[in-house]
Ligand binder design. Sequence first.
Ligand SMILES: [Zn+2]
Length: 209
Amino acid sequence: MPVPIFGHRFGRSGVSDTVTIPERSGVAFTLSSGQTLTVIDPKGMQVADLLAFNARDMDEVISSGRTLDYAETIRLTTGHSLYSNRSNILLEIVEDSVGLHDFLLTPCSRETFVHFYPDLPQHRGCFGNLAAALEPYGVLPDRIPVAFNCFMNVPVDGATGKLRVEPPVSKAGDRIVFRAAMDLVIGLTACSAPASNGGSFKPIAYRVD
Ligand SMILES: [Zn+2]
């Protein structure tokens, strides 16, 4: 399948107006080196899962393990970089009005719903939404890694290691801004899991500058 990456889709012409991702859905798009991606929580208390691939070699992909190793913290915010599986910087966080995000947990999926919400209607979740959005770029589902979960609130008990998923602390209009360090393919969702989003599903907005 041809991969619609290069040509006119790169360059400053890629600057966008603010785009809304409807609740429980996802998108994929290109982001040129040097451009910024602003992810906005328009209503508050809503998670957005973010993936990034090297647009020129899709085997290079965002890596939670590399990033947390180099950052020496799980609290990533302004000044931190998000690394690839090859230890290259894909994105730098240049602005962050929340300061509380997650890079431990994988995108919610149909199996997540079976595990945590057996009595609720099933949903393909962020995983299914990312897989569908990234399919035109040649990404198979098994290549989807841990996402950077913007605004997701996962407190860790430092003594026991116990994880919890709490409602995001983001308020309406809060944002996190990333600068691309190379040409990228981005996957981005409005998360579908009840616990991650304070029990209700809201849109996410983004813009490219
Ligand atoms: Zn999700």
